[in-house]
Design a binder for this molecule. Sequence first.
Ligand code: FES
Ligand SMILES: [Fe+2]
Length: 367
Amino acid sequence: MFLSNRAHDHVLAPRDYSAPDVFAAEQEGIFRRSWICVAAFDQLADSGQQVAIDVGGVPVLVRNDGGTLRAYRNVCAHRHSLLARPGFSCRPTLQCQYHGWEYATDGRLSKLPDGQSFKGWKATGARLDPLRCETAWGLVFVNATPGDTTLRADMGTLAAELDRHFDGLRLYWTQITEHDVNWKVIVENAVEGYHVPMVHRETFVNYAEERFHDHVIAPTHTQFHDLSTRRSERDQLIDRMLFRSERLWTYSHTLAYPNHMLSWAGFYREWVVVEPLGPRRSRRIGYGFFPQNLRLSGKLGLPLRLAVGEIARRTRKMADKILGEDSSLWDSVQRGTESSTFDGVISAREERVAAFQNWVVAHRAQQ
Ligand code: FES
Ligand SMILES: [Fe+2]
């Protein structure tokens, strides 16, 4: 059942989807203060691997040095260049791309090329800003604001649930796309099924009846458990035999505020991150996981491994199809918000959209 039985206010105004001042308020109040996923752990698993990315307007460098991941503000103390250009790279040392200054893991300057020409200058202040970095559920998270809260504490009651579903996974793919829409258009589309008969009419046909909806609206997240996909006793037994855990439903979808959307469906786990690149530009990154704790040894090992590979291939194809259907609508929504004279309205079926909008308004910086 839905948690509400009536319509909700559309608390975001049309301009909230494109105005530069709103975007700046979200960057400052939301993205700079939240734990944001910056990579899958498998992408930074070897010493020297690093990724440069923007988190809430702060350029961030996350690097593996000798097996430990650390994050820094991606700015050099010499003449302010980004240490590394955005994206993944692999470097034996933490070295600036411009003139080659090198830094130790604690951020202190460790190598100064042509040092004698800096005579009279004291290097003591030339220390990189460390940022908070944590790994969990096969992913790497950064918080760009100093503080002492942990990722788990900030995830609230969701953390234990993610332990059950996202531990012991292997990354099978990343699906990266960019779109000319505000990040909230993508998130709002993902947290309601009202659009299914129009947008996914060939893939899913229709939305589930209300009695199959189990909605959770919590301070840190919202969820939809599809009760029509409740697993049989036999399927739960198979889960216990093949995996360490068991699942009550085949399909669940979670939005962990602000921009993490996770689903589990059968073997498959997906973690999607929507990265705001500008008021009207977003990057969507999907990480597709399958369990690596499948019991795949013995005589049945090879056929089971082949079967999992085939399921992974088909699931990826399905993920591409669903993304294609959803994203074909996003630019129409964006264009509409930029010309709308309506207040808008949100149904009880779309109550997770209303919860998300209220969360955004409560957390963005006051304008
Ligand atoms: S700006 Fe980094 S070494 Fe010059
Ligand atoms: Fe959809």
